[in-house]
Design a protein around this ligand. Sequence first.
Ligand code: ZN
Length: 461
Amino acid sequence: MRSARRRLCLFAAALGLLLGSTAGAAPIAFLGATVLDGTGAPPLANATVVIDGDRIVAVGPSAVVPVPADATRLDVRGKWLLPGLIDSHMHFFQSGGAFARPDVIDLRAIRSYADEVAAVRAAIPATLARTLASGITTVVDFGGPTWTFDVRDLAARTPAAPRVAVSGPLLTPYLPPEIAVADPPMIQIATPAQARAEVRRLAAQRPDLIKIWFVRAGPDLSPQMAWIRAVIDEAHAAGLRVAVHATDLRLARAAVEAGADVLVHGVDDVVVDAPFVFQLQAQGVVYTPTFAVVEGYARALGLAFRPTTMENRTGDPAAIESILQLAQLPVRPRGVFLAPVPPLDPESAANLRRLRDAGVRIAAGSDAGNIGTLHGPGLHRELELMVQAGLTAMETIVAATHSGALLLRNDDIGVIAPGKAADLLLLDADPLADIRNTTQIWRVVRAGVVFDPAALIAAAR
Ligand SMILES: [Zn+2]
């Protein structure tokens, strides 16, 4: 049986793609790579990593790690071996293309929002494959329709897919009418009683976290804080942690004081003050700066979108085409403006450095699916911007691996160590020398199955 499986694997390897269950298959030994284990520990040169089934079983210097006699030996000298990347903030209900958010650019005269959502749902297997081909082995869907729970189920039974965590619908003070379809991505909340009822209803679907969209706050925060506090209390009582979208310091502070566990999107209006920094640190709040989405919207809406090599390689061609077509429309839609793409916001960058310096846990999230931020490539651009903001390449890699696992409270992923899930990323170039080398992907391993990214993309078309 084992030899038959091995023959199948070798046949698949000849096609550049290993598919199927590895349960019962031979262990695989990766020999000679430089290992970055995800914790920020110094790189381990000339290392051996052995995986068996869906587990890592050994890691260490090649001179001391024994290779099982029946292992398939892969010579990976000259390559870098990392945990698979974790995108701690994305949305499956959005394609990344121009039709994704009619509340931002209304193109419903060209394609109805219902048709867009149907197309997005039909493309989910391809989106999963593209994400995995981008080196991402876990994603956190931070807000979407209830059908995103089905995406989690699909991913769990699909080898060519990342692990998927979902929050279900965002709890919000406001539902944009353009996206108020059946099974909307957001649920509008007005009262604490309603908030508690919705959290209980969501909890029945076992979300990985709960997400609040904290926007449209007036000078008096108390009406909104009443229901936000109720969401957080009810979620915590159910053992669920809460992530809050809050980009003003005033709102982020109120959310954290109410017990928020994760801040998605950095504070971008002012430089954060010492009490706020201390509270994040003391409370163990995870902070995801989410820079890429700002630039993504600016590129797309400013008609300045020129796909990068990575976007052309693993991005959704239909999403890319829809953005490029914006410039061809006979009438310029509301929302499209001609302005240069702004540089990285200095307050946002300063806040990331300040929080890093204070030891606050930083995770990497792209907000992929929003217009101009493509599933897969979006995270790589986020990593580049985090380095531009002042994190080291190593800190950025930790943010995109171990810290993503901490955000999920999942100690099975995000680091390379014996007993952990065999989710790996093998690069052809050194990401510490240049963070953009995270795009130089040789192979991706998810639950012990080795994938060639080019073959995943070819199968996704
Ligand atoms: Zn988002």
